[in-house]
Design a binder for this molecule. Structure first.
Ligand code: FES
Length: 110
């Protein structure tokens, strides 16, 4: 089973099982990692924003134009920001590390 690691807002690391074919958002939800994902992966929010750690960013499939547009709305955007619902686990991503941004635009808490 592939694994991936979330770096949580307090800086702690959480390594979890990352089944192939599941998105980073789905993996986060299965493991009670605090990523909102308000639109459940339909590219209509930016609440699943994650920051991909260094070398992993280049291994991801490039972001679609729609993903780029939504990312533009995310708080705390970085050069390696992606939407968690658009990163789908594949064998090459075994060991992936993503960090939760410190600030997010949470739609459901407004
Ligand atoms: S969950 Fe809304 S864009 Fe990813």
């Amino acid at each position: 089973m592939p694994k991936m690691t979330f770096i949580l807002k307090d800086g702690s690391r959480k390594e979890v099982d990352a089944p192939l074919g599941l998105s980073v958002l789905e993996i986060a939800h299965r493991n009670h990692v605090d990523i909102e994902g308000a639109c459940e992966g339909s590219l209509a929010c930016s609440t699943c924003h994650v920051v991909v750690e260094g070398e992993w960013f280049d291994k991801l499939a490039p972001a679609s134009e729609d993903e780029e547009d939504m990312l533009d709305l995310a708080f705390g955007l970085t050069h390696t920001s992606r939407l968690g619902c658009q990163i789908v686990m594949c064998p090459e991503l075994d060991g992936l590390v993503v960090r939760l941004p410190k600030e997010v635009r949470n739609l459901l808490e407004a």
